[in-house]
Design a protein around this ligand. Structure first.
Ligand SMILES: C[S@@+](CC[C@H](N)C(=O)[O-])C[C@H]1O[C@@H](n2cnc3c(N)ncnc32)[C@H](O)[C@@H]1O
Length: 239
């Protein structure tokens, strides 16, 4: 059973489009800003992307994907490919971006994907924070060890991730159209959690050591439902 995707995710994402839009927009701005700051590694003169945990790309920006000449999207969910194409193929086609959707366990198969696409960038799209819900669920140190392994596998590669850092209930209901909390650079985690209106205890998604030490990360609030928020963290690693 897919606890982090599948029909339940598609239904929720479709229904929550308006509620999640400010977060999707903030992620898009971050991705586009990153795109200006880095030049994706060229594959035969063309930048290429492996997008992992793509689902239907409910929170993914076509604008950002369009800068790549080729996008390979991966998800274990058999519905993902058709829905991803439905949402993104027109924009990508208009921009001349080749799109290939695959139904595959891209985390398990990452070593072979990397060797088949030796110069592609990799982006983990809100998938690494879900590892704790999968078959390793009760062995948290094992989940953390596995998550730390990704940066080792990806050494020398251009890659990024956005993932859940923590999530949980809020002390007050979140207004449907409310401003997203924004983290100031000098805030420690407790102050940020207070800003998120977090009602303790929040769930730790075990993702705090995914990126190489010292990497500048970006934090996002995600108003998941009227009384549940996620703290998303994103980073982009250059070789
Ligand atoms: C929270 S959803 C994020 C979806 C997507 N990024 C979006 O914006 O709609 C996590 C996705 O990761 C997928 N996933 C989980 N484990 C995976 C794996 N090992 N390989 C590929 N996809 C996986 C799930 O099926 C699910 O669609």
């Amino acid at each position: 059973m897919n606890l982090t995707g599948g029909i339940a995710w598609h239904w929720l994402a479709w229904r929550s489009k308006a509620r999640w839009a400010p977060t999707s927009h903030a992620i898009e701005q971050w991705l586009l800003l990153n795109a200006q700051a880095f030049k994706p590694v060229e594959v035969q003169g063309q930048p290429s992307l492996l997008l992992i945990g793509a689902s239907a790309g409910w929170m993914m920006s076509s604008q950002w994907l369009k800068q790549f000449a080729r996008v390979d999207a991966y998800d274990i969910d058999p519905l993902a490919a058709v829905l991803f194409k439905w949402r993104h193929v027109a924009a990508l086609k208009a921009a001349g971006t080749e799109l290939h959707c695959h139904t595959r366990d891209a985390l398990q198969d990452l070593p072979s994907l990397l060797s088949s696409h030796p110069k592609a960038c990799v982006f983990f799209d809100n998938v690494l924070g879900q590892l704790r819900f999968q078959n390793l669920a009760t062995d948290w140190p094992l989940v953390e060890r596995r998550l730390k392994q990704f940066k080792v596998l990806l050494k020398g590669r251009e890659w990024g991730s956005i993932h859940d850092r923590m999530s949980g209930p809020t002390t007050n209901p979140i207004e449907h159209i409310s401003d997203l909390p924004v983290r100031h650079a000098d805030w420690h985690d407790q102050k940020w959690l207070a800003q998120l209106d977090a009602q303790s205890p929040w769930l730790d998604h075990l993702t705090n050591a995914i990126f190489p030490a010292g990497l500048a990360v970006q934090d996002f609030a995600w108003n998941f439902s009227p009384n549940y928020r996620h703290w998303l963290q994103a980073g982009w690693v250059r070789p």
